[in-house]
Each structure stands twice: as C-alpha cells, then as structure tokens.
Design a protein around this ligand. Structure first.
Ligand code: FEC
Length: 309
C-alpha cells in the first residue's frame, strides 16, 4: 500500500525549502517566511504531522497484516512520494493500492498526489508496478462514523449540548469551480452524512473553508472567521468546529483553528471547541483498512474476470 500524506518540515530551518516546494518552486518573501515560522513556533516549533503519519502507517500495517507492505510517501517533504515508489519498485511490488490522506477529491489536492506517484513510476520505468488509486473515500460509512462519534462526544461536553456545528476543510482557489471540480460537493456530502449520523437538523450546522492561501487570487469561502462573525451576528455563543477535510493534528488544525479561530471567537464573545482529530485512533485505522481492502478486492475481481475471458 502506498500511503500518501502532505508532509511537514521537522525544524524551523526546513520551513523555507518546504514552503518553496508548496509554492511550486517559488521562494516565499522574507515576511511570508517569517510569518509561517511564527505559526510553527506557536505550536511548539514543528508540526506533529510527520510522526502521526508514521504512526498511522504502522497501525495500518499491523491491521492489514501479512501480504501487505505499507510505504509512506509525502507530497511536500521527506520521505517523498517518489522515494516510496522507488522502494516499492526495488522490493519487487507488482500490485498496490494508493491512498492520499485527504478524503475529498480535488484536481488541486488528491490528483497532485496521484500525479507525483505516477511521475515517479514513469521516471523509474517501473512498468511492472501497477497502482490502483482510491481518489475519494469521503462518503465511506466507516469514515463518516469516525467523525460522527467525535462530534457526538464534543456535543456531549458541558455547555455544548446545543452548540452550533461548523464543519471546515482547507480552502482552494476559486478557479476550481470553473472546472466543475467535485471538491465542494464531496465536502458537502461528508458534512451531510456526519450531521445525519448525529441527528443534527440542517439549521444546527454550517460550513466554512479554512486556511486560505496567501496568494493574490480569490479563494473559496466563507472563511472560518467570516463564518464565526455570522454566527455571532445570529446571537450564537457556542460553536464546535469539526474539520472533516483533515485526518490529523497539524498546523492547520493546531494553529488555524485552536489558536487563530479560537481567539477570533473569543473577540466575538463566543466559545469555540473542536472535535478530536482522527490521527491513529483504531476506528480510523479500521476505516482506512476497509477503503484499502475494498480497492484491492476490485483489482482481484478485475484480474479474475480477465483470466476467465
Ligand atoms: O502541519 C504541517 O506542517 C502541514 C499542514 C498542512 C496541511 C495542508 C493541507 C492542505 N493544503 C491544501 C492546499 C494548499 C494550497 C496552498 C497551500 C499552502 C500551504 C502552506 C502551508 C500549508 N499549506 Fe496546504 N496544508 C498544510 C500547510 N495549501 C504551511 C503555505 C503557507 C500558507 O499559504 O498558509 C497554496 C500554495 C501556493 O501558495 O501556491 C493550494 C489542501 C489541503 C488538504 C488536503 C491535503 O491534506 O492534502 C487542499 C495538512
């Protein structure tokens, strides 16, 4: 299995090359770099994302058992997706399932993970390695249940029983709408399924795009801050943020929600709580295992059909 994640720098010195890679090779301005380093500093100097990804991989390996080998590849930092593909080819792997740790598909997110893996496969000339990619798993019942359980727990906390639920996911440039990109619909479907599993009426929840990029083009909104302002205007005082587009604790969760949005909520006279992240919790690993084995079963079925022809 090729498990693909975003990747993160492990020290403040690594932030500049990491940021340059995210920006497609364009170096950030000194001011933008300093601001990003400040955000990492505010969450303790580095993100827990790389360690969590490795824990997820180990747990998945243990759950999938013999016959499976889990390889980790990151999109923006080491170990790179290309390194993982190279190791798979060197180990003689012929069939694999590829999953990005981003549940909702967009050409500007999941497809770029797939492209990185496919480019590596082509460059290595690894023609005998076939990877079946799972491009979306945002509606998988086991994944939906993971979020529903965490949301139910957050809404059971004292004072939050009637709180408004604000689902969030990473924003993308508005131009994805011109391509009819499925990202907004995929997000809507995840939110609706989680809300239904928790028995939430439509008026009890809304959605915001968080962590807009620092680029001149317009990004999808409303932003998290705009959504909080609207809820405050409606007189709401307590909100639970449920970031359904992310599967781990990292900068966008620990800084953008826990520090930045919480401070914004406080200024608006509101109290903000957040659902626990999925990380390497056993129910989430179980959900991922279902996603992977279902994709593998489809490959087997296809091979059997081809063989019987
Ligand atoms: O903890 C960490 O160190 C890494 C946290 C992290 C995650 C993440 C997930 C997504 N991003 C997505 C799209 C974009 C686009 C740009 C962009 C920029 C950044 C920057 C940082 C960053 N992202 Fe990220 N993202 C994370 C971190 N992201 C840092 C650079 C500073 C900034 O703009 O805030 C804009 C690129 C450009 O400037 O040209 C686009 C999407 C996801 C969710 C799916 C996924 O996880 O792959 C989409 C985690």
């Amino acid at each position: 299995m090729l498990l693909m994640a975003y990747g993160s720098p492990t020290s403040l010195e690594e932030v500049e090359p990491y940021y340059t890679h995210i920006r497609g090779g364009r170096r950030p301005s000194p001011q933008a770099l300093q601001e990003l380093q400040e955000r990492y500093r505010a969450i303790g100097g580095s993100s827990p994302l790389p360690a969590i990804t490795q824990r997820q991989a180990r747990a998945l390996q243990a759950r999938l058992g013999e016959g499976w080998q889990v390889y980790v590849g990151m999109r923006h930092w080491t170990p790179w997706i290309a390194e993982a593909v190279s190791r798979m080819a060197a180990d003689g792997i012929r069939e694999a399932v590829g999953v990005a740790l981003a549940p909702q598909y967009s050409r500007m997110s999941v497809e770029l993970y797939v492209e990185a893996a496919e480019a590596a496969r082509r460059e290595l000339g690894a023609h005998s390695l076939q990877v079946r990619y799972v491009r979306s798993w945002c509606r998988h019942p086991a994944f939906v249940r993971c979020w529903a359980d965490r949301l139910a727990r957050a809404l059971a906390a004292e004072g939050f029983q009637q709180a408004h639920v604000l689902f969030t996911a990473h924003s993308l440039p508005e131009r994805i709408l011109q391509w009819n990109d499925p990202y907004p619909q995929e997000l809507h479907d995840t939110c609706q399924a989680v809300a239904a599993a928790c028995g939430l009426e439509r008026a009890r929840w809304s959605f915001a795009y968080q962590s807009q990029g620092r680029t001149p083009e317009p990004w999808l909104g409303p932003t998290l801050e705009q959504a909080l302002q609207e809820l405050a205007r409606q007189g709401l005082r307590r909100v639970v943020v449920c970031p359904v587009g992310f599967v781990a604790d990292h900068l966008e969760v620990l800084y953008d929600i826990d520090i930045e949005a919480r401070a914004a909520a406080l200024r608006l006279g509101m109290e903000l709580a957040r659902t626990e992240s999925l990380n390497d919790a056993s129910d989430f690993i179980e959900a991922l295992a279902h996603v992977v084995t279902a994709a593998a079963a489809q490959v087997e079925e296809g091979l059997a059909r081809a063989g019987g022809r």
